[in-house]
Design a protein around this ligand. Structure first.
Ligand code: SF4
Length: 449
């Protein structure tokens, strides 16, 4: 029933040329690139099939807990560098690129980048406020792009979360411009304490469907950056509620719901640990993922390093050690669960702080281990057969956790411990705990009581 309703929406509500582009560039060629990644992994080679590229640091909003240096001097990856990057990635079989910021629509060459690669598919993470009717029409003409527009709460919460006024209405206007022009449009939310009750609801999903939104994505707020605001983090119970909701909605609502953290059996995974994606920042630095702001390699060639993009990824000992640490430690997020171990890898490789503010190491040192998407014993398998099959073949851990015992290292197991399995003292907890009986950060018995 759900499948029929979804198929009906796809056939009746979408522009067929755009649907074909999505099916071919993203569906067929994206599948091939994931299969190529799996094959490479078996051969001991490495290149992530999905690259996320932050093409600009500037943004018109000032979101709570943002880790991007949006107010720093503007830095972009220009058209020439993007063309080189995409061309090299295409040679490795890639066709999908996540375009991130800052706010990508502030990049003066965004449309030139998209137009230069009609054989690829782009997903643009945006606040939607720069998408005028004209720009929406241009997106349709291009056909190889979908905007993923973030809504962070109702009128009041959106302004609070995003540090500007009238954010909700301006973003909604961008969504409407896209939908009016028949752009394949997605809406995402970073779930946190202040928006979960408004947006993790059936009413909100129904509203998106009524509007004509094709897909939605519920991220979970991650406390990173210079003003991390851990008080916004979901409790473990709320995180599991989010997963349960996604699985339930997938089984009954005609809208595609994306998530990046669970396989078909509901087992947690990290998309950087299984190597399906890594990130490139506006300065061209190659990072394991957007919140790990440390780098050893750059996409830009220099006198010291003129290797190909594929060689930089394949040969990077830093990226390899990062993935190994993440795989060995937890099925969840290594950054949130064991920041002190990540710090060791960063220091071992003398990875440079790839932020403009230059305080990423201090921020990492001040983080407390906390739970993430990994909730052993609470796995919630997919109920929708389509997602089960798709994840079985294309989105799972690719075996990277095989043989690793996380019971002495992952956050859910070490809550209450004073030291880890190697005898290394864990950082002291602050006052942030979950709402329920479960703490979401590691609590220590520092006084022997
Ligand atoms: S390290 Fe954490 S934030 Fe980065 S991709 Fe993995 S789970 Fe996501």
């Amino acid at each position: 029933m759900y499948t029929l309703r979804m198929a009906k929406r796809m056939l009746l509500e979408t522009n067929k040329r755009l649907l074909w582009k999505l099916f071919w560039n993203m569906g067929v060629k994206g599948t091939r690139s994931v299969l190529a990644h799996r094959k490479r992994m078996k051969q001991g080679q490495f290149f992530p099939p999905f690259l996320y590229v932050s093409i600009i640091n500037s943004c018109n909003l000032r979101c709570q807990g943002c880790w991007v240096d949006v107010a720093a001097k503007q830095q972009t990856i220009d058209l020439t560098a993007m063309n080189k990057l995409i061309t090299e990635a295409k040679q490795a079989g890639n066709t999908f690129f996540g375009i991130v910021g800052g706010e990508p629509f502030m990049h003066p060459e965004l449309f030139d980048i998209l137009a230069a690669h009609p054989d690829c598919y782009f997903q643009i993470f945006t606040n939607g406020q720069f998408i005028t009717e004209e720009k929406a029409k241009r997106l349709v003409e291009l056909g190889n792009v979908t905007p993923l527009i973030s809504v962070e709460g109702n009128e009041i919460i959106s302004d609070q979360r995003r540090g500007r006024s009238d954010v909700y209405n301006k973003t909604l206007a961008g969504i409407e411009n896209c939908l009016k022009a028949n752009v394949m449009t997605g809406v995402c939310t970073s779930l946190c304490k202040t928006n979960i009750d408004d947006l993790l609801t059936e009413q909100w999903v129904d509203r998106l469907i009524e509007m004509g939104v094709l897909y939605t994505w519920f991220h979970v707020y991650r406390p990173m950056g210079p003003d991390a605001m851990p008080e916004l983090c979901l409790t473990p119970e709320q995180q599991r509620r989010a997963r349960e909701f996604v699985v339930e909605m997938r089984a009954k609502k005609p809208i595609i719901i994306i998530d990046a953290y669970y396989d078909g059996d509901g087992q947690a995974l990290c998309p950087a640990a299984n190597g399906i994606s890594h990130h490139i920042n506006p300065w061209g630095d190659i990072e394991p993922c957007p919140i790990v702001q440390f780098s050893k390699e750059s996409i830009h060639s220099s006198d010291d390093d003129d290797r190909s993009l594929v060689d930089k990824f394949t040969q990077s000992e830093y990226l390899s050690d990062f993935r190994q640490l993440a795989q060995e430690t937890t099925r969840g997020c290594i950054v949130l669960e064991r920041p002190e171990l990540l710090q060791q890898v960063v220091e071992k490789h003398s990875a440079k702080d790839s932020t403009a503010r230059g305080t990423a190491l201090q921020e990492l040192k001040s983080m407390l281990p906390r739970t993430s998407q990994y909730h052993p014993g609470h796995e919630i398998p997919e109920r929708n057969w389509y997602y089960r099959i798709a994840k079985k073949f294309l989105f799972n851990d690719f075996g990277v956790y095989n043989g690793h015992d996380h019971s002495k290292t992952a956050a859910p197991y070490i809550v209450g411990a004073t030291e880890n399995s190697s005898g290394v003292a864990l950082p002291q907890a602050g006052s942030s705990t979950g709402c329920c009986s479960e703490p979401d950060v590691v609590q220590l018995n520092t006084g022997g009581d």
